[in-house]
Design a binder for this molecule. Structure first.
Ligand code: TRP
Ligand code: SF4
Length: 330
């Protein structure tokens, strides 16, 4: 462990099954495992910041996401894979940091007012203490492991900046140097549209699940939006407006020049083009599906992974909390 380059923490809120749009994020997490000591967390407390009123599906969501993670190649031998609510130190650090975080710092996080408004339109009231504290809890998640790097999407940049400001304030107030200033680690993430061309999201029903069967993949690809100008196979096509083509550029790079040419010349039909894509996606997801099955059939194994991940996370978090309590005389 000592020869690793640093500590990484990241997490996702458990909101149901992951889709292939998440795959490049998880592949990136998996890659980082070799070089860093990684903590990967199921952020179930964060799920409550907006979904506090119906928690009935949380158990299933946690389980599903863990299966997806392990299937995609997160390795419990190398990383600590754990559940946020099983490591109480996150809550303690959130409380202690909450004593000194200036309220305006939380109120000016760009997503704050924006989300209240967006979700308000959908009839959801998140004008709560918990939602205001979202970035604070996230900062505690990171700082409690003294993480150096946080692989996140660019939409989380402001949250990371907030964490660094908190670190500087904490060090200044208590005359200490406990935390590294956590840096975001942005990866090249392939941005996949949903099968209808909109943003991929389970709630739009336009996603392809990471655990999709061959039949489900075939069906989703069959329903992908193509160039509307193509009615007959011989009609010249415009691949740049076609969702199927976009997927070929990501999963079937080698064949792209040929497909592009054949589409423009009206030499390949959309049915055939889709069949080829479905086969490629299926080949990509098949090993993931198999690994998922291994874990799904063995609930004892999954429980073990979590127990071990929780224990490793708790050890590191408690070591940090000892330093924090000492610095704050608490
Ligand atoms: N906010 C992140 C998301 O919605 C999830 C998350 C919670 C997280 N705590 C974190 C990510 C700490 C990175 C580090 O995706
Ligand atoms: Fe899209 Fe392929 Fe049809 Fe061209 S041939 S419009 S790339 S599905």
């Amino acid at each position: 462990m000592s020869q690793k380059k640093g500590i990484i923490l990241s997490g996702m809120r458990p909101t149901g099954q992951l889709h292939i749009g998440h795959l490049s994020v998880l592949e990136n997490w998996a890659l980082l495992q070799q070089d860093y000591q990684c903590f990967y967390m199921v952020a179930d407390w964060h799920a409550l910041t907006s979904d506090y009123d119906d928690t009935s599906r949380l158990d299933g969501f946690r389980q599903t996401m863990l299966l997806d993670w392990l299937a995609a190649g997160l390795d419990p031998q190398q990383s600590s894979i754990f559940i946020q609510s099983h490591v109480k130190a996150h809550a303690e650090l959130t409380l202690l940091l909450g004593m000194n975080v200036p309220l305006p710092w939380l109120e000016r996080v760009p997503t704050y007012k924006d989300q209240i408004e967006q979700l308000g339109k959908q009839g959801k009231d998140i004008n709560t203490y918990g939602f205001l504290g979202y970035p604070l809890l996230m900062a505690a998640d990171i700082l409690v492991y003294r993480a150096n790097l946080v692989p996140v999407g660019e939409d989380q940049g402001a949250h990371l900046e907030f964490s660094r400001e908190l670190v500087r304030r904490f060090h200044h107030l208590y005359n200490t140097e406990i935390f590294p200033e956590p840096q975001p680690k942005y990866a090249k993430i392939a941005s996949l549209p949903g099968i209808d061309g909109r943003k991929m999201s389970k709630s739009y029903h336009n996603d392809i699940a990471l655990s999709a069967t061959t039949a489900e993949i075939t069906e989703k690809v069959r329903n992908m939006v193509t160039d509307p100008a193509r009615i007959k196979k011989t009609d010249p096509g415009h691949p740049e407006v076609c969702v199927v083509y976009k997927y070929h550029t990501i999963y079937n790079e080698a064949a792209v020049p040929e497909i592009q040419e054949a589409c423009r010349q009206g030499q390949i039909g959309c049915v055939e083009c889709k069949k080829r894509l479905a086969a490629i996606i299926d080949a990509k997801l098949a090993p993931i599906r198999e690994r998922r099955e291994t874990f799904a059939q063995n609930p004892g194994l999954l429980a073990e992974v979590i127990a071990e991940g929780d224990a490793k996370a708790n050890r590191q978090a408690e070591a940090t909390m000892a330093l924090v309590r000492k610095a704050m005389n608490i």
